[in-house]
Design a binder for this molecule. Structure first.
Ligand SMILES: *Cc1c(COP(=O)(O)O)cnc(C)c1O
Length: 434
């Protein structure tokens, strides 16, 4: 097992002036962008605190009143009155596949290839074990060094459990393609990187893995609901991801699992339970895997979380993800243009993929005092987050972020930087969650 050091993915940062294709923006231009924004009306589906510019939807999507109404009904009627009968009466039992089918459209998958259960971390364990068991003659699980930590930790855990049967290997992003060899059983990659938002070419890397005889698992936590996805067309094997980020499912909402139909009969998730059994209400002594995605379930699902997610997805039913991505790219360009225009000389560095790559829907700036600066921003109701050691992240979520929000947020940042307001002692005290 290759130990994972405190290494961080190599990312280029350069002073804003190094980027080309700049333009100078006036407030009127920004207002015009909002006036012609085809997604502007989507904001009405959300309830955001007045005066807050919320740039953290890549960590926790905001609340929709439609979700509250659905959860309220669940609490008052389904749980409150109908009680245990609701498993049949309101078909709680079918929620994982019913919501899975709705997610399938967003993922570019078949309705029978997606289910919803547990957390992304737990689901990664299940699909990595499943993929591993489909390549028994190979020893290696390969991932990117600097991947989101849980991905590496889960895979290290699998390697440890196997007592030498599985080797965990993490290599730099640029070396991934070359590192996929005849001993690689599974490649596990996060499609959009959580720090610099660099996006892998899913079709190309999947083809590369398959050419070497390996299987691939995609973590779509920072992709789903932000960029168009085509799991089936890319011939992906397995995928997992969060629903509380761009899908706005609510804090800790259950995660999804995708498995290509061709693997359904042979896949074994490693972690199994009675909900994955073919006939859970036979209460048999020995496990018999259910057909299809049901075998990926373990135990009783979080019904409140599932229903909140179901309601949150209403927004996506008629949404064109290409339109969402296009606006995201415009918001990002505007953000970086304005950083150059209003924040030059403050020591803020753009964090951009190296080599240049398509990006997801958040942007990042690097500053050695990033934590304190972000705290000062949050105090002024511009909410982003911080990723150690020095990265400030801003989610530019097209469904409720206006161009004017970006303009205003950069204004607040410029004010904090020019006055040195971030240097106040209170902003240096670290909370447990950053
Ligand atoms: C947010 C995120 C996770 C979170 O996993 P949980 O099990 O929900 O805590 C996992 N992977 C990636 C790439 C993420 O960005």
């Amino acid at each position: 097992m290759v130990p994972s050091s405190n290494f961080h993915a190599p990312m280029a940062s350069r002073p804003p002036s190094a980027r080309q294709a700049r333009r100078l923006w006036a407030i009127g231009d920004v207002q015009a962008l909002d006036a012609h924004d085809p997604l502007a009306a989507r904001r009405e589906a959300f309830q955001l605190p007045v005066g807050t510019i919320y740039l953290c939807g890549n960590s926790l999507g905001p609340m929709q009143p439609g979700v509250r109404a659905r959860v309220q009904h669940l609490i008052d009627i389904e749980w409150g009155v109908d009680l245990i009968r609701s498993w049949n009466l309101h078909d709680w039992f079918a929620l994982p596949e019913r919501i899975g089918a709705r997610l399938a459209r967003i993922l570019g998958a078949g309705a029978d290839e997606v289910t919803v259960a547990d957390s992304t971390s737990v689901n990664l364990f299940k699909v990595a074990c499943a993929a591993r068991s489909l390549r028994p003659d190979r020893r290696r699980i390969l991932t990117e060094r600097g991947n989101f930590p849980t991905d590496a930790y889960v895979l290290q855990g699998i390697a440890q459990m196997s007592r030498g049967g599985t080797e965990f290997v993490a290599v730099d992003r640029q070396r991934i393609s070359d590192a996929i060899d005849e001993d690689t059983a599974v490649v596990v990659l996060t499609h959009v990187h959580y720090k610099d938002a660099a996006m892998f070419d899913m079709a190309a890397i999947t083809a590369r893995a398959h050419a070497a005889g390996a299987l691939i698992v995609w973590d779509l936590s920072h992709s789903v609901g932000a960029v168009p996805l085509a799991l089936d067309a890319c011939k992906a094997d397995f995928a997992i991801g969060c629903t509380y980020k761009y899908l706005n499912g609510g804090p800790g909402s259950p995660a999804f699992i995708y498995a290509a139909r061709r693997h359904h009969d042979a896949m074994h998730p490693g972690l199994v339970g009675w909900w994955g059994d073919a006939r859970p209400f036979d209460f048999a002594d020995d496990f018999e895997p259910a057909a299809g995605m049901r075998r990926m379930l373990t135990g009783t699902g979080p019904v409140i979380g599932l229903l909140a997610l179901d309601a949150a997805l209403d927004l996506f039913d008629d949404l064109d993800m290409n339109e969402v991505q296009l606006k995201s790219q415009c918001l990002s360009s505007l953000f970086f243009d304005l950083i150059e225009q209003k924040c030059a000389g403050f020591g803020l560095e753009e964090v951009i993929p190296d080599p240049p790559a398509p990006r997801g829907s958040h942007v990042a700036l690097r500053h050695s005092e990033g934590y304190a600066i972000m705290q000062a921003l949050v105090r002024r109701n511009v909410i982003g987050d911080f990723r150690a050691p020095d990265i400030m992240r801003f989610g530019l979520t097209p469904l409720y972020t206006s161009y004017r929000d970006v303009w205003n947020a950069v204004d607040v940042l410029a004010e904090i930087m020019s006055t040195g307001a971030w240097q106040a002692h209170e902003y240096t005290l670290r909370s447990r969650v950053t």
